[in-house]
Design a protein around this ligand. Structure first.
Ligand code: UD1
Ligand code: CA
Length: 453
């Protein structure tokens, strides 16, 4: 059965006090709307339409082709947002989930439960509901004498008796698509906010004897709708502890889960130890028996087994087995670090392939480089890769020894088994097995010290 989803994401999110649309604010370094999209996908919902409006281009820049888009130029309410999707969905068979772009914690499992419940009970609409002693500012679920859902009353329109009801609307629903679009045009905006409320469709369905039902959410924290920055932080804390708990249950040691931030798409294999104050985001994958942290940030990075990264900042790189990185190292933009490499303190690498058993132990910059096996990069070695206009490549072949404080002015090639004397500025290629030395010969001026004073 084809299941569509409409993500409501056109609002500004006034309470965020932000220049950015609310749904692109990030939780664990991932935009909220991308959490929603990925949770839908994990529940096998694939035809995803985002209703966008406020700063629509900024939302598109983030979501890219992970969704189709419908514009809602003026935000006249959640029902009005659905009306904008008629061109795509009206008269189509199948089911349509409606979910808000600011509820990133509604999990794939919950979405699956909602779909199952809907199909099992042969409903025309199933509302994901929650129960709270005080249902805050959520819309209240009103049931008739027989317990059948009759309507939803918005907080701002509710009377005292209705406000006392515990069951509330989480803002997520699944509809028979045809019924949704047959009835959506009948909504009016005659209410406290002069908006077209999607929630009013429930009463229309009840009156026309369509079967509407509520499916009560198990974990209430999933309903968190992010309206302000404090809730953004709270939602991150909740999601983070959920993710950390799963990792620990699967065999990963987190020394201090409270200061360990791991994104929802990261995988970590068993017996890896994550030390405090570490952030691992994006599509990172960490293998077995690694040690990561303290104070490290890894984004979109792959680490194979048995490697140790301390005080490291690594972005978009691959680090293979038995590698040591840090303390205080930075690797970025597609570095490939092969097995048994050592990258020590204050070393930066960019777009560099660094082959097995090579070492850059201290204070170096290697950019746009290909470094062979068993190379020793001495302390203070710099690839001079930028001439003010373009970037150039440095090639260092196997077994090269580079003395301390050398400048390698690219484009340049140092062939295998060559030796570079400390303090040399290399401006032309160095042949195999040879020594390159280029520095001012030292002079001695005797008895200079006393005259100097
Ligand atoms: C809505 C529900 C309420 C429910 C609550 C759960 C309605 C009328 N009310 O209220 O019953 O308890 O969610 O969180 O639906 N949006 C648009 N276009 C619009 C208006 C809103 O895309 O014209 C989007 C917003 O960007 C947001 C979502 O819809 O992502 C929800 O809108 P919001 O105004 O926050 O609804 P609530 O007042 O929270
Ligand atoms: Ca809301």
């Amino acid at each position: 059965m084809k299941i569509n989803a409409i993500i409501l994401a056109a609002g500004k999110g006034t309470r965020m006090k932000s220049n950015l649309p609310k749904v692109i604010h990030r939780i664990l370094d991932k935009p909220m709307i991308m959490h929603v999209i990925d949770n839908l996908r994990k529940a096998d919902v694939s035809n995803i339409i985002s209703v966008i409006g406020y700063e629509a281009d900024k939302v598109k820049d983030v979501v890219k082709d992970n969704s189709r888009y419908v514009m809602q130029e003026e935000q006249l309410g959640t029902g009005h947002a659905i009306m904008q999707c008629a061109d795509i969905l009206k008269n189509k068979d199948g089911l349509t989930i409606v979910i808000c772009g600011d509820t990133p914690l509604i999990s794939a499992d919950t979405i699956r439960d909602l779909i199952d419940h809907h199909l099992r009970h042969e409903n025309s609409c199933t509302i994901l509901t929650g129960e709270l002693d005080d249902a805050l500012q959520y819309g209240r679920i009103i049931r008739d004498k027989n317990g059948i859902v009759k309507k939803i009353v918005e907080y701002k329109d509710a009377d005292e008796k209705e406000l006392a009801i515990n069951e509330f609307n989480t803002g997520t629903y699944i509809f028979d698509n045809k019924v949704l679009f047959d009835l959506i045009d009948l909504l009016s905006n005659d209410n406290a906010q002069n908006e077209y409320y999607l929630t009013d469709i429930i009463e229309l369905m009840y009156n026309q004897k369509y079967k509407v039902d509520g499916c009560i959410l198990k974990d209430l924290k999933e309903t968190i709708g992010v309206n302000d920055r404090a809730t953004l932080a709270y939602a991150q804390r909740v999601l983070s502890s959920r993710i950390n708990r799963k990792l620990m249950d699967s065999g990963v040691t987190l020394i201090d889960p409270r200061t360990t931030y791991i994104g929802p798409d990261v995988t970590i294999d068993i017996d890896t130890i994550i030390r405090p104050n570490t952030h691992i985001y994006g599509n990172s994958r960490i293998g077995k028996e690694c040690i990561i942290g303290p104070n490290s940030e890894l984004i979109d990075t792959i680490v194979l087994n048995n490697s140790e990264l301390t005080y490291a900042h690594v972005y978009d790189c691959t680090i293979k087995n038995n590698v040591k990185v840090g303390p205080f190292a930075r690797l970025r933009q597609n570095c490939i670090i092969e097995d048994e490499v050592k990258i020590g303190n204050f070393v930066e690498m960019k777009k560099t392939i660094f082959s097995s058993r090579s070492k850059a132990a201290h204070l170096s910059y290697l950019g746009d480089s290909i470094v062979g096996e068993d190379v020793n990069v001495g302390c203070g070695t710099i690839t001079v890769n930028y001439d003010g206009k373009n970037k150039h490549q440095t090639i260092i072949e196997d077994n090269v020894f580079i003395g301390c404080n050398s400048n390698l002015i690219a484009p340049i090639k140092i062939e295998s088994d060559a030796v570079i004397a400390a303090g040399t500025t290399i401006t032309s290629d160095v042949p195999k097995e040879s020594l390159a030395i280029g520095r001012v010969r030292q002079e001695i001026k005797e008895d200079f010290g006393s005259r100097f004073k």
